[in-house]
Design a protein. Structure first.
Length: 393
């Protein structure tokens, strides 16, 4: 068997030099330069033979053929989650040479964790709908370094795949039982620094910048200031993630005795796959009614609660521009996820923790989670949302 290629540039040279790649996967998405195990046409021994044909699978083939359809839980099969696994596998392929499962040893796991911090990526490919270009940063200074959190996530996903390919150790956790022993993958601790939520004064300062925004491109009937105010109010008063908020439709708004409710199907909640139902804060309800009135007057039949105006990447840039226009210092600016942090912080300040503890003691439960899930439910949380401080003064 030919020696494993040692660098990203060698793959193209080897592939064009008559070598025969035997570990390709027809199910693996197209990607950039890869390191692969190859066997020379002159090698009389040929590829290794295994007692279990599945041991000839690469890690990518194992993911696509067994892990994705049989192991990954339905609530985790969002395309974003699948892409994260595939990204981790691409780095594994580049660093280790992509050996078949039957030849993966401890040295591959050690090499993967040791080399991953030296790798980088560029967003250029992803913006065109393809894969991001990856490689070793010392060979391409244009590549951006991976954050320690991303490295830890890649390591965790690869380790999880290899564990799933190994023997079954838990009575309730499925395993492919392809390998008799799980390869060693060292732990990698990411250096996560939690960001502080915005204060109430800061979020109100951001909203004052809505009047200066002239983007994104919107229908003539919808003023930019109203679009921004409504989108920010959705972030602040619901605490939902950006992907869910951007996908909200008019059909998700229900009028119950004059009170507006938001009922989101589980398909739009990619993280938990749990439906959401909550009453809308009076300030948010007033903004949505204003948008709907203008829409009906213009005869617009759009299904989205708010016209998209732009893609999410563009929205991220405009969100930064909004904060700058409002005079928020650069060190205090955050992504739209900052609104979720602020929502949770404001809910905490309303006394939810103390209420849960009192209810836990009254119910003589060992954990507050039992009290919340089986006795309190969402009723208390919905009541607190209606008491959130106004976003607009």
């Amino acid at each position: 068997m030919a020696a494993r290629a040692g660098g990203a540039k060698e793959w193209g040279q080897l592939a064009g030099g008559g070598g025969l790649s035997v570990q390709g996967s027809s199910t693996r998405p197209a990607s950039g330069p890869q390191l692969r195990l190859i066997w020379s046409e002159d090698d009389l021994c040929g590829p290794p033979q295994f007692d279990d044909p599945r041991k000839a699978w690469t890690l990518a083939e194992f993911f696509e053929r067994w892990f994705l359809p049989g192991k990954l839980k339905p609530k985790h099969r969002a395309q974003g989650t699948i892409n994260l696994y595939r990204d981790a596998i691409r780095y594994w392929e580049m660093i280790t040479g992509d050996p078949p499962l039957g030849l993966i040893g401890d040295e591959h796991g050690i090499e993967f964790v040791g080399q991953l911090p030296e790798c980088g990526y560029t967003r250029a490919g992803g913006r065109r709908g393809g894969h991001q270009r990856i490689g070793l940063r010392d060979g391409s200074p244009a590549l951006m370094p991976l954050s320690s959190t991303t490295i830890a996530q890649h390591v965790s996903r690869v380790a999880g795949l290899l564990q799933a390919a190994g023997p079954r150790y838990h009575i309730r956790k499925a395993s492919a039982e392809i390998l008799g022993r799980c390869p060693f993958v060292p732990e990698y601790a990411g250096q996560f620094e939690a960001k502080e939520p915005w204060s109430l004064g800061e979020v109100r300062q951001i909203t004052r910048g809505c009047s200066s925004m002239v983007r994104p491109e919107l229908p003539a009937w919808l003023p930019h200031e109203l679009w921004w105010q409504t989108r920010l109010a959705l972030f602040y008063f619901t605490g939902m993630r950006a992907g869910t908020i951007c996908a909200l439709a008019r059909a998700h708004i229900h009028d119950s005795a004059g009170e507006l409710w938001l009922k989101v199907p589980k398909e739009l909640v990619s993280k938990t796959r749990k439906a959401i139902a909550l009453p809308l804060h009076p300030q948010l309800a007033a903004l949505l009614r204003q948008v709907e009135t203008l829409r009906l007057q213009a005869g617009d039949a759009g299904e989205l609660l708010l016209p998209a105006g732009c893609g999410y990447r563009r929205f991220l840039d405009l969100h930064v521009a909004l904060q700058a226009a409002a005079g928020l210092p650069a060190e205090q600016q955050q992504s739209p996820h900052g609104w979720r942090r602020t929502h949770i912080a404001q809910m905490d300040r309303l006394g939810q923790r103390e209420g849960e503890e009192a209810a836990r003691q009254a119910g003589q439960h060992a954990h507050a989670r039992t009290t919340v899930e089986h006795y309190i439910g969402q009723a208390v949380l919905n009541e607190l949302r209606l008491r959130l401080p106004p976003l607009f003064e």
